[in-house]
Design a protein around this ligand. Structure first.
Ligand SMILES: C[S@@+](CC[C@H](N)C(=O)[O-])C[C@H]1O[C@@H](n2cnc3c(N)ncnc32)[C@H](O)[C@@H]1O
Length: 327
């Protein structure tokens, strides 16, 4: 049989010789070429470029965002309760440790990407407020000659209880942000925070804008992690810090087996009982398994241009905090 003309395949599949190869040359050649040959490698490279994973499922790249959106839209209202139930409250400790690692200075401008219902942002506000109040108290104590009335007035007149610090919460999902805003009101957070609907891969912010960028349990949901990392680098000021809290690779074999059992046998059931959504929580546990290891992710952060990249594994590697600087 004569080989199909490249030109006819060109018009069928559009330009790009890789596409033409997929259409006409490669299927016949593949059967006779040894595995690992150039053609096979090119084919699999192209496949990787257009397909990605959604949990254990392989999906087209342009489908993943919609699927992830649906997951968080569906779980938004029960998201916080589920976090407490699934992690037995331990996610709170991990998030506190992220703040301890950040140790924000007065005036810090934080961008919390994939900020969801605001857990990192509220911790940040509480932290900077406590720091600022502590500083004020120390200053007032030093001014021994003031009367108690003057001290009280000085306190009342202090306009910015955050010492100039601000946080922007950016998330792609408006349902998650809606729950976050309700939580902010309930917890009494009014000043110093802004909510922005936006994609981690294409942040709606100027270059060199923030002192710290955080992303907690968000980056594994992003279709192109490399693009999200490049965006993080772009919006940080020189000297700014990237901090990521994410599920990672468990380094204790016994714990790993128990953790797998718990993840696959218990979490989807909890998801069904509490949030009426087995599938979303099945995705959650699967997406954790697909995320790169501590070392691999460290390399990806370095590839995006960050320096002095380090990580700390918490709870035997169930999660890790990665840190890097834009220098
Ligand atoms: C597991 S939640 C984490 C929420 C919060 N950071 C926390 O720690 O509780 C993941 C969040 O990532 C958001 N997300 C997923 N893909 C995103 C993207 N491309 N850009 C911005 N946010 C995204 C989801 O909407 C969701 O709110």
């Amino acid at each position: 049989m004569a080989a199909p003309s490249i030109c006819s395949q060109w018009s069928r599949y559009g330009s790009g010789w890789l596409r033409a190869m997929r259409g006409c040359w490669v299927p016949r050649l593949r059967s006779s070429w040894p595995a690992g040959s150039l053609g096979a490698r090119l084919l699999s490279q192209e496949k990787r470029a257009t397909e990605t994973h959604f949990g254990f499922e392989t999906v087209a790249e342009d489908e993943k965002g919609g699927k992830v959106y649906h997951v968080f839209e569906s779980v938004a209202k029960r998201y916080d309760v589920m976090n407490d139930m699934m992690s037995l409250g331990i996610h709170r400790v991990w998030k506190d440790l992220l703040l301890r690692e950040m140790r924000p200075l007065p005036g810090t401008q934080l961008l919390d990407v994939a900020g969801g219902t605001g857990d990192i942002a509220f911790r940040f506000l509480n932290y900077v407020q406590a720091q600022h109040q502590g500083k004020q108290k120390r200053q007032l104590r030093a001014q021994q000659n003031l009367s108690w009335e003057e001290i009280a007035n000085k306190y009342r007149n202090e306009e910015d209880s955050l010492g100039g610090s601000r946080v922007v919460i950016c998330d792609i999902n408006k349902e998650m942000l809606k729950v976050g805003k309700q939580k902010a009101t309930a917890q009494g957070h009014k000043a110093g925070l802004a909510w922005v609907l936006g994609d981690a891969e294409e942040l709606p912010f100027d270059d060199d804008k923030f002192d710290v960028y955080t992303i907690a349990f968000g980056i594994r949901n992003v279709t192109h992690i490399d693009r999200a990392l490049q965006e993080a680098h772009r919006v940080l000021k020189p000297g700014g810090r990237f901090l990521c809290l994410e599920f990672s690779q468990v380094n204790n074999p016994l714990l790993s087996r128990i953790y797998d059992l718990y993840s696959f046998q218990v979490i989807p059931v909890l998801g069904e009982v509490i949030a009426g959504d087995w599938k979303s929580y099945q995705y959650l546990v699967e997406s954790i398994r697909r995320f790169p290891s501590q070392e691999e992710f460290k390399e990806m952060i370095e590839d995006a241009g960050f320096q002095k990249v380090t990580y700390e594994s918490l709870t035997s590697g169930i999660v890790a905090i990665h840190s890097g600087f834009k220098l």
